[in-house]
Structures are given as C-alpha cells and as structure tokens.
Design a protein. Structure first.
Lengths: 249, 358
C-alpha cells in the first residue's frame, strides 16, 4: 500500500507544549517539513531565543541552541562565521524580535547575513502571560493595556517586513499567514524560498508568519483564526516586500 | 617559531590569542582597547579567521556565544562599561557551557567614568554581574609578556572547562609597549574538524546524535543538578587555575598585595623601602578568581601590616581579609579616577601606616 502521508523526520516524535489552537505547531511543521524535503535536516543549525518557542529544540530535529531575549540574529551571525556551509535559521517571536531584539535584527539584515529568520507575529507576549507587544494592534486588550492599546499611551504597532524592506541587505522578505490551508501552503512556499535563497548565498531572508495566541487573545482557536485573517491581516498586509531574485529577472 | 618583538599591549594581546588558536573575533569600539578590533580586522582574514564588528557589546557577546556554541574558538575584548553590557551574555555562556576568551582592558568608573586606567572592575569580573550561580576564571597579568602567555593559553582553558575565561588588563597595559617573545602558533580547528573535536557543538553535521546548547532548565530538580555539575567544574578550576607570585614574604615587615600594573609599582616601592631599612614583601594574585587565599598563610610573624595597593576604593580588601583571617591589620593605598600613585607616594603612605600599627 502506498502511504499518502508520513510524519516528517524533522519533528521529533513528542507532543509539543504549546496551547491548543496556537500556530507554533503549524509553523514548526512547515519549516521542518521543508528542511526534510530539501534534504537539509542533517546540515542545519537553528536558534530559538526566549519566548514560548524557546523550547523549540525539544521538537525540531536539528542541531539547536537557545539565545537570550532578542539576541538570536547575533547568535546566528556567530554560528554562520564558524560554519559558512551550513543552513542556519532563527525562529523568533514578536516581543523578542520587534522589541528587545530590534538592534540585532536590523543589523543582521543590513549586513545581509546569510541565514533565514522566521518571525512569529502573534501580536502579544505569550510566554509571560499576555502583555502588550510592539505589534499589539490599537484597541487590542492585553494585561498591560486592559482597556485596549491606545496611540496616545503606547504609540503605534511596528510593521517589521516594511521596516526591513527599506534596507539593502535582505534578499527576500515576505509576510504570510497561518489562518487557512491555502495560506499555510503559501507560507510553506515562502519558507522554502528563504532556504533556497540562503543556499544560493543571496543574503538575508525573512519570513513573517502571522500567528495566533488564542490563550492570551481570550478567543477560541476558531475565533482566533478568524481575527487573524481579518483584523490582523488588515494592519499587516500579506505579500512579498523584497525579492532580489525577482528583481534580477 | 618563537620570536622576540617590541609590541604595544593591545596588539600583543590580539596576536597572542590568534597564536593560541582563536579564529573568530567579535567586537565593538571602546577606548582604551580599540587597537584590538583594528588589529583583528587586518590580521584574522589573513590567518583563515573571521572578523565581525558587532552593532553593540550585546551583539558582540551573543555572536561569541553563537560562535562558541558552534564549536569555534572566539575572542572578544572590551573595556569596563562594555564588559558591563556583556554580563547577561556571560551568565548565558556559563549556563550553556560555551567557551570563549574575554579581555577587559579596564578603565575608570562608575558610569562612563574616564578612559584612564582603573582596577575598579574587580568586583564586576570576580563576582560577576550576570544572574545566577556561575564563575569565570580571571587572570590579571602584570606585564605584556605575562599577558601574552596567559592569552595564548586561555582558549585551551576555555575549551577544557567549556566556560568563558577572562583576562583583566588595565588601560596602562593596553597602551604601553614592551618586548615580548611570541609563542609558536597552535593548530586551530577547521569547521570540518569541529564535529569530531567538539561533538557537543551545534555543527549541523550528521554525526548520529544531534546537539543542543542551552541554559534553560525549567524543572527545578534538573536545574539544581546542572548547577551542582557547574560547581563541580568550578571546584576543579579552583584546584588547577590558581596562580600567584609571592615575593620576599619571610622577614617582611609589610606585605603589599597588588595585581596588574599596581604590582609593578608596588615592586618599585619595595626597593625604595628596602633602601630605607624597611623590609617589604608582596603577594601578587595572578588569578583573581580563583583567588590565592592560601598564599596569605606564608605571611610571617614579623609582618605588621598587609597593604592592598589598588586603583579602586579597595574592592580587593574583602578577598585579602579572607586570606589574612584577622592575623594582621589590612590597610589600603589607592588612587581612583584614572590617577596613579607614584612609588614614592606608596612609600610615604606605607611608612605612615607602619607608624599607626606600631
């Protein structure tokens, strides 16, 4: 009998510790499936900094290290110097990348570091219990903005793809969403492209994956998916923000 | 081939670690050590290494963490406020057992302080500013030659214990020139050799079992066992890495305790005192952690005062007192802010102290 589905060797055969309905599992799977399909599992080094996914090394079946909050791009830059022939990626949340780690990500992108960053944007600090992130939308409630974020009090949410696209260093920047099967398939293509560009030595590649946090959004998994596809995607439009491969054609 | 050359401290330090096997440097400009990143940017690419100027000291220490986790022999240098910024990273490096060689060419503080030499980082480097239970061996050489010898050895010590190793050289050492014999270059691992030489490293090589480098241990019993393991390592370091020079302790009426450039000044003061009929000795800690407490047992019954000569408000006094155990009065001769005492000033202050304790 021909198997129609097999679980990727890229994921270790254990249960994840993520909340029900959280899209970390989907993001993990499409990244690791892609590495598996490209035959890169034994040639890859991953970095997961502080945040819910600091435990990603328990699930992703590649050599991995943790990083301090926000510092994964610096850590990956160091790894890259030692192993120029390997595939290197960072897997970072929005509190990590867009707040405390803004310096590291901007400079790694500007240097055109040859690694890929997967940016999980769920608009909230999940691990610490639902505080406002730099990506939290105006009006969105969090434990540090209980009546909803206001522009007067906390300023405006940051759009990272748009910001990084102003730099000359990155080779590829795309924002995808994990809300529907079609979007997840598109997200996987973006992940693949990031790795392909890295292997081709084109430079820094960045994929933002809009993600849910049903627990801290106070929504059911289904409601959270709906919100992500509407309200969240309206502020963070999906699309390719930079593609030097396309520009060259 | 060993060769004798006249070199400025900072450049000699950089040359020494390259010869000691370092191939990766991550740094951020700060006075008085900026010759080191400059030297590394020129030299490392020629020797099969990589230089990367970091966006900040936070970037630098975390690049070094990535490099060390990946099995590379990394080096970072900075000066006092920059070292302060790296403390979080040092705690992570110790927790995750990642080797790196660190150099602090220290200056005056607190805050921005001054760019003149200082030794007020004593507590910072021996007690650590990062969180949690950890230790970093710290060596304080008193000559460029000694610094070269220690920095040449440091990457090997870091690898052996899978822990950072620090060298503390004050700004004076970084800026002065002395003749040095440079040691024979050691073999540096290529990225292909790392998987075999350091199987624990994240090298992305199919070697059977995958590697994970981490400091997070959420289960209390697991973290407790890990910290106990770290302290078994630190106990080994205490046995093996303690270094001290004791000079003329028998018959000494007064014993100076000094490290780095202050030990050179104390040495001069000893000669001047001798000429005036006062016998002086010196304990020169070369390792500040592990601190050579046992050396203080050699202090004789004839000693009437132990004097710390420091460029700080007496940060080393606590360790000296632990060594002296109350047998002799412990005093302090110091200057701060980038000011240096003269040897004559040390002599006069010593005579005054001896009158006080008579």
């Amino acid at each position: 009998m021909k198997p129609v589905f097999t679980v990727t060797k890229g994921m270790l055969p254990v249960s994840t510790s993520y909340c029900p309905g959280c899209t970390h599992g989907v993001a993990h799977r499409i990244i690791m499936e892609t590495l598996d399909e490209m035959g890169l599992l034994g040639k890859t080094i991953g970095v997961a900094p502080i945040g819910c996914s600091v435990v990603a090394h328990q699930f992703m079946n590649v050599d991995m290290c943790e990083a301090a909050h926000g510092r994964a791009p610096a850590v990956a830059s160091g790894i890259r110097r030692v192993h120029p022939e390997r595939v290197v990626f960072t897997y970072q949340g929005d509190g990590d990348l867009a707040s405390i780690g803004m310096g590291e990500i901007v400079h790694a992108a500007a240097r055109g570091e040859k690694f890929s960053t997967f940016f999980i944007n769920n608009g909230i600090y999940g691990m610490t219990g639902g505080q406002m992130a730099p990506t939290t939308l105006i009006g969105q409630r969090s434990t540090t903005s209980v009546d909803g974020r206001t522009r007067e009090q906390a300023g405006m949410p940051l759009r990272i793809c748009e910001l990084l696209a102003t730099l000359d260093g990155p080779a590829y920047i795309e924002r995808v969403s994990l809300d529907t099967p079609a979007h997840i398939r598109a997200a996987k293509k973006a992940v693949r492209k990031a790795f392909e560009y890295q292997l081709a030595g084109k430079g820094f590649t960045f994929v933002e994956l809009l993600s849910t946090c049903p627990t801290n959004w106070g929504l059911t998994p289904y409601e959270a998916m709906k919100r992500m596809g509407s309200e969240v995607a309206a502020y963070y439009p999906l699309g390719v923000y930079k593609d030097t491969g396309k520009e060259a054609e | 081939m060993s060769e004798k050359v006249l070199m400025k401290g900072n450049e000699a330090f950089a040359e020494a670690v390259i010869r000691g096997g370092v191939r990766f440097y991550f740094g951020y400009p700060i006075t008085p050590q900026s010759e080191i990143p400059e030297f590394m940017s020129r030299e490392l690419p020629k020797r099969g290494g990589r230089f990367l100027q970091a966006e900040s000291e936070l970037g630098a220490i975390n690049m070094a963490y990535g490099c060390g986790a990946a099995g590379g022999n990394g080096f970072i240098s900075s000066s006092s406020p920059g070292i302060a910024l790296m403390q979080e990273g040092m705690s992570f490096l110790c927790g995750a057992e990642v080797p790196v060689t660190l150099l602090n060419v220290s200056r005056g503080g607190p805050g921005i302080g001054s760019i003149q030499p200082g030794q007020a980082d004593y507590n910072q480097v021996t007690r650590g500013g990062g969180n949690g239970d950890y230790r970093i061996p710290v060596f304080a050489p008193a000559s460029i030659q000694e610094a070269v010898d220690i920095l040449y050895e440091a990457p090997g010590i870091a690898d052996k214990y899978r822990n950072p190793v620090m060298v503390l050289a004050d700004g004076l050492m970084g800026q002065m020139m002395e003749p040095v014999v440079l040691p024979e270059p050691k073999h540096a691992y290529t990225s292909a050799e790392i998987a075999t030489a350091k199987p624990w490293a994240i090298s992305g090589s199919e070697k059977g079992e995958r590697s994970v480098v981490k400091s997070l241990r959420l289960q209390p019993e697991v973290l407790e066992a890990h910290v106990e393991h770290l302290y078994e390592k630190y106990a080994e370091m205490e046995k093996e890495l303690e270094r001290v020079e004791c000079v003329d302790l028998e018959d000494a009426e007064v014993v100076f305790v000094a490290f780095g450039t202050m030990a050179r000044l104390a040495r001069e003061a000893m000669e001047l005192l001798e000429a005036q009929g006062i016998k002086a000795g010196m304990i020169r800690p070369i390792s500040l952690w592990p601190y050579p407490y046992k050396a203080f047992d050699q202090i004789s019954d004839k000693t009437r005062a132990v004097i710390s000569v420091e460029l700080s408000m007496g940060q080393m006094l606590q360790d000296i007192n632990l060594g002296v155990k109350g047998r002799v009065p412990v005093k302090l001769i110091h200057r701060v802010g980038g000011m240096l005492p003269t040897s004559l000033e040390v002599v006069e202050k010593t005579k005054k102290i001896l009158e006080e304790v008579r």
